[in-house]
Ligand binder design. Structure first.
Ligand SMILES: Nc1ncnc2c1ncn2[C@@H]1O[C@H](COP(=O)(O)OP(=O)(O)O)[C@@H](O)[C@H]1O
Ligand SMILES: [Mg+2]
Length: 259
């Protein structure tokens, strides 16, 4: 019970517009779950509902048995972190200060220790002293990843519920792999859940325990990668001309766009 997020008939309506059709969903600590789906499918809106940033107009979303409005704000911040798509800053700040924002409630000495540990994990030493506003989109994403890991830091590792909206969209191949490998590894201890939106279905296939597929505000599929990522499904959901192959020695499918 307390290691789960449970959505029951969770839905969102804006006037006559149904943004998210009522859906049931369970997310557990230890899982790496990816939300995929075409542009405008409702992925970011669903993430806002699941993280408590939007209140549902239907149904409930319970994090460890408690609705978001029942959570103490400080306790919630310790347990649930969100990395948004855009993270602009309107004032000058060093990259490491952006990470430290997540640590303000820790004693100064603990702040330094955690900061050093997350910077090590993410591998963003070279960016620490830079002005955040001058970093490239991909560099900003590395700092934001470090920030959300710092926010959930407890006893030498991140613990709790981590939600990310396209965290790799501006990353190069090395950093896509480094970030997703890291997030995947961190979930294996059973104390961290990762629920991320990814556009790249091949990245999703490589690291996810489970895929959630959104389309037109509806949850179209929820299951393991091999079951969800079939050629017929993908053609139908994305209306793209593609094929799905199983490369030799690979445990998961690969999606190729036809020329
Ligand atoms: N407050 C709102 N009022 C009206 N339409 C909205 C609102 N929020 C989101 N939408 C619409 O809902 C759809 C899904 O948006 P979004 O969740 O951002 O999609 P995705 O992240 O899958 O690309 C889009 O068509 C978007 O324009
Ligand atoms: Mg989105």
């Amino acid at each position: 019970m307390h290691s789960q997020l449970s959505a029951r008939q969770l839905g969102l309506q804006r006037g006559a517009l149904r943004l998210i059709a009522p859906l049931d969903l369970e997310l557990s600590l230890g899982e790496f779950v990816t939300i995929i789906g075409p542009n405008g499918a409702g992925k970011s809106t669903l993430l806002r509902l699941l993280t408590g940033f939007l209140s549902p107009t239907q149904g409930t979303c319970l994090l460890a048995g408690k609705a978001y409005d029942q959570w103490d704000r400080r306790q919630l911040a310790d347990r649930r972190a969100v990395m948004r798509q855009q993270n602009p800053l309107s004032f000058p700040m060093m990259a490491e200060e952006v990470i430290q924002l997540a640590l303000s409630h820790h004693a100064p000495i603990a702040q330094r220790t955690i900061l050093d540990q997350v910077v090590d994990l993410v591998g963003c030493h070279a960016l620490r002293g830079r002005d955040y506003a001058t970093l490239s989109g991909g560099e900003q994403q590395q700092i934001q990843l470090a920030r959300v890991l710092a926010q959930l830091w407890k006893g030498g590792e991140p613990q709790g519920w981590l939600f990310l909206d396209e965290p790799t969209s501006a990353l190069d191949l090395y950093h896509q792999q480094h970030s997703l490998r890291l997030l995947h590894r961190l979930t294996r201890g059973g104390k961290l859940m990762v629920c991320t939106i990814l556009h790249d279905v091949n990245l999703a296939a490589t690291w996810s325990d489970r895929l959630l597929v959104m389309g037109s505000g509806m949850l179209l599929a929820d299951g393991p990668v091999a079951q969800v990522l079939t050629e017929a499904h993908l053609k139908q959901w994305y209306q793209a001309d593609l094929r799905v192959i199983y490369p030799e020695h690979s445990a998961h499918p690969a999606v190729l766009l036809n020329k």
